[in-house]
Design a protein around this ligand. Structure first.
Ligand SMILES: Nc1nc2c(ncn2[C@@H]2O[C@H](COP(=O)(O)OP(=O)(O)OP(=O)(O)O)[C@@H](O)[C@H]2O)c(=O)[nH]1
Length: 372
């Protein structure tokens, strides 16, 4: 029996850092496969466990819960048949919906000797409330379906921030265990006990129900499209119907009251969706854009800092990471999430790689910013 754990969390929350800790401390002796889904085209994280004997499967250029859903199921099946691992860790892209990833695993449970095990969501304690507001559709889904929520950076949060964050999480999911202690102070074993100690039956049922509801609404939208021009009255019926369903919209647009008048107010919604009349669910691919570049360019460390500082201050860049050669011959690995960035030295890689993910990003501007 292979255990399948899903470690979700918004862009830059700390999923990879957390997985690394658990592999080092809690999964020793187990045969592990890590399936990593990076939203960006250029895989960055894959290299870090090369030497740890962990089998890594990277799926890039899209989201395993939307554009890559079929490939994901196939990949998962192959991994199980080929490696018969003790445990598969799935790290969905930061903008994946946990319920959709769960659904794919639940489908595989019916065919293979596997068990959907821990449902963990990593949340940045310093940014949770802002991200919840801005990207609710993706962010909240990851919290709603988790059985364990683990806070990253809790050591840097004020007591008020921490309490506020926990209250918000509990509003969305009163049942999840929430790990609020700085995870560096906890052993991997302690965390594993919490992760595996939660019953996930209810969450699985909810995820299946959620999926079925989305499918039905999707059908309904198609139906709506089909009848748009043929039958005017019918069209109006459906419009009213849309209004009735406003309160169920999870699009992350902040003002649901205004949503009732969505025809006039479309342009104010920040959800990135261009067509409110017909789309009540969004795919990450519609809302977030990722840009990736492989480059031999040598960077001054100061220049890289300047770029990352600019990103930290911007409203639309949500994540940047990569590794580049520096002008002094060392290699600079960098990570940026809203509010913070870090640059550290690392091993040379086959070429420099840069990823930027955000809501309104333009390739030509980014090339200019990086001096490429
Ligand atoms: N101070 C602090 N930094 C953290 C913590 N967790 C993650 N980070 C930093 O946050 C950045 C992003 O962490 P990752 O583990 O790569 O986050 P991720 O969720 O895998 O990010 P994606 O690649 O966007 O999916 C890195 O610079 C980490 O060092 C934490 O608990 N405390």
């Amino acid at each position: 029996m292979t255990k399948i754990d899903i470690i979700s969390g918004f862009l830059g929350a700390g999923k990879t850092t957390f997985i690394k800790k658990m592999i080092d401390e809690a999964f020793t002796g187990e045969k592990i496969v890590l399936i990593e889904n990076e939203f960006g085209e250029v895989g960055i994280d894959g290299g870090f466990l090369k030497d740890a004997g962990i089998q890594i499967t990277e799926m890039n250029s899209g989201c395993i819960c939307c554009s890559l859903v079929g490939d994901f199921g196939k990949n998962l099946n192959e991994v199980i048949t080929k490696y018969h691992p003790d445990r598969i860790l799935i790290e969905p892209s930061g903008v994946g919906k946990l319920s959709d990833v769960m659904k794919s695993v639940i489908d595989i449970e019916k065919e293979q000797d596997v068990k959907l095990n821990a449902l963990v969501t990593v949340v940045n304690a310093l940014k949770a409330s802002k991200q919840m507001k801005a990207f609710g559709e993706f962010f909240n889904n990851q919290i709603e379906y988790a059985t364990t929520v683990i806070l990253s950076r809790s050591q840097n949060a004020t007591p008020e921030q921490l309490e506020f964050c926990v209250n918000k999480i509990q509003e969305l999911n009163p049942k999840a265990a929430i790990i609020t202690t700085d995870w560096a102070k906890l052993s991997g074993e302690q965390i594993l006990k919490v992760m595996e100690g939660q019953d996930n039956l209810e969450m699985k049922a909810l995820a299946e129900a959620h999926h079925a509801k989305e499918e039905a609404e999707h059908e309904h939208e198609h139906h709506h499209h089909d009848h748009d021009h043929e039958d005017h009255e019918h069209h109006h019926d459906h419009e009213d119907h849309d209004h009735e369903h406003d309160e169920n919209c999870t699009c992350g647009c902040h003002d649901h009251e205004e949503h009732e008048h969505h025809h006039e107010h479309d342009e104010n919604c920040t959800c990135g969706c261009h067509d409110h009349e017909h789309h009540h669910h969004h795919h990450a691919d519609d809302v977030f854009t990722s840009w990736g570049k492989e480059t031999p360019h040598k960077f001054e460390r100061a220049k890289l800092e300047e770029v990352l500082k600019k990103f930290v201050d911007s409203d639309n860049i949500l994540r940047s990471k990569g590794m580049v050669e520096s002008t002094d011959g060392t290699w600079l690995y960098f990570d940026m999430v809203p509010g913070e960035y870090e640059i550290r030295e690392g091993e040379p890689d086959y070429t420099g790689r840069i990823v930027v993910i955000g809501t309104e990003i333009h390739e030509d501007e980014l090339l200019k910013t990086f001096g490429l």
